[in-house]
Write a protein that binds this ligand. Structure first.
Ligand code: 8ID
Ligand code: ZN
Length: 350
């Protein structure tokens, strides 16, 4: 397999600016790394937060974003034994971690204090050739379609982990807030596959149609509902609210509402990362309704393998649209306007 010295990439040269489609050098993998020829990459709202500088964590600059990259291993360092040239592999948010701290040792790699974050602190998958630490690249079975699996590498893993963290069990109800977006459409499908009853919350008729097709038992439209709290509660059997809430929205308001409609003893899982947002819940309600509030941050290597296995078995078929990598800025513009139902995937060949 011949590896070129130059490749096409989308590069952010200044925080707050647009991405620039240009040629850059192909990187060389270090001893514990692999070089993945990225075929497709999903576009996550995190990539938009990164280019806007939304979070209290600086990105590298210039930056190649992207952390849902699916492709083929074309080179590897001399310490890499278990990943072969020609294997399918995925570049996910956690590009690497130290593997030695007490978080990594206990399978909490996302909490490693010195992580490499794809498309944030190291270059990610909006390029044709991307480096990943061999220990962390997702192992993708050969029978999987690289285009369809790319959004699993962040959206799928993250919502699957969040649903597990919620503790909800088969037969229980889970509100998915932001169900019409990239993570949300996956969450509706994983919830169904896990035997849960998903209540989708998002805005507009297109997202309603999609959520219902994906298996949502009800849809609450935050743009038209006069009382979201009551509307969510009334679609649960006794009207006490869902046992779990998965918060994926990119605005603060829905975080404030969740504690009001979650079922007593229920669990709220925060996953969406709106800029400068705070979670505010009544202490009285939290205590007397015994509410659990927690965060969930991507997934570890085992969560990755499990989320991919749901996909391999054909249980996850969330919708996506494909455009060329050269059109990435258009995808960000649509995302900023809240106009994407499901996910966009970029094809790195055009
Ligand atoms: O590990 C993590 N915690 C993690 C991993 C990956 C992504 C966190 N995230 C974060 C992203 O950084 C982002 O902040 O999850 C959030 C959602 O990412 P996404 O699914 O990629 O974004 P999207 O496709 O734009 O979907 C967001 C949806 O929220 C809806 C929008 O209509 C959109 O469909 N939404 C909004 I904005 N306000 C809402 C509201 N009040 C709402 N839905 C319901 N109620
Ligand atoms: Zn992501």
């Amino acid at each position: 397999m011949s590896i070129p010295t130059e490749q096409w990439a989308q590069v952010l040269e200044k925080t707050g600016g647009n991405v620039v489609y240009k040629k850059i050098p192909v990187p060389k993998p270090g001893p514990d790394e692999v070089l993945v020829n990225i075929k497709y990459s999903g576009v996550c709202h995190t990539d938009l937060h990164a280019i806007k500088g939304d979070w209290p964590l600086d990105t590298k600059i210039p930056l190649v974003g992207g952390h849902e990259g699916a492709g083929v291993v074309v080179a590897r360092g001399n310490l890499v034994k278990d990943v072969q040239i020609g294997d399918y592999a995925g570049i996910k948010w956690l590009n690497g971690s130290c593997l030695q701290c007490s978080f990594c040792r206990t399978a909490n790699e996302p909490l490693c204090p010195t992580p490499d974050l794809s498309g944030y602190t190291v270059d990610g998958s909006f390029q044709q050739y991307c480096i990943g630490k061999a220990a962390h690249v997702a192992r993708i079975p050969k029978e999987c379609d690289l285009e369809a699996i790319s959004p699993i590498l962040c959206a799928g893993i993250t919502v699957y982990k969040g649903l597990k963290e919620s503790g909800a069990r088969a037969g229980e109800y889970v509100a998915i807030v932001g169900a019409g977006g990239g993570l949300g459409s996956m969450a509706v499908q994983y919830a169904r596959a896990m035997g849960l009853h998903p209540i989708a919350i998002d805005g507009g008729a297109e997202k309603e149609k999609m959520c219902k097709e994906l298996g949502a038992v009800a849809y609450v439209d935050f743009l038209t509902s006069k009382n979201i709290v009551e509307d969510v509660k009334k679609v649960t059997p006794e009207g006490y609210g869902p046992e779990a809430v998965i918060l994926l929205a990119v605005t603060e308001k829905p975080f404030q509402q969740a504690a009001e409609y979650v079922r007593p003893k229920g669990t709220i899982v925060c996953i969406g990362l709106p800029a400068n947002a705070f979670f505010r819940a009544s202490v009285f309600d939290t205590v007397t309704r015994m509410i659990n509030i927690k965060g969930s941050y991507v997934g570890n290597r085992q969560d990755t393998a499990e989320a991919i296995e749901f996909f391999r078995r054909g249980l996850i078929k969330a919708p996506y649209k494909v455009v060329g990598l050269s059109k990435l800025q258009d995808v960000f513009d649509l995302m900023e306007a809240g106009k994407i139902a499901g996910r966009y995937v970029v094809d790195t060949s055009c």
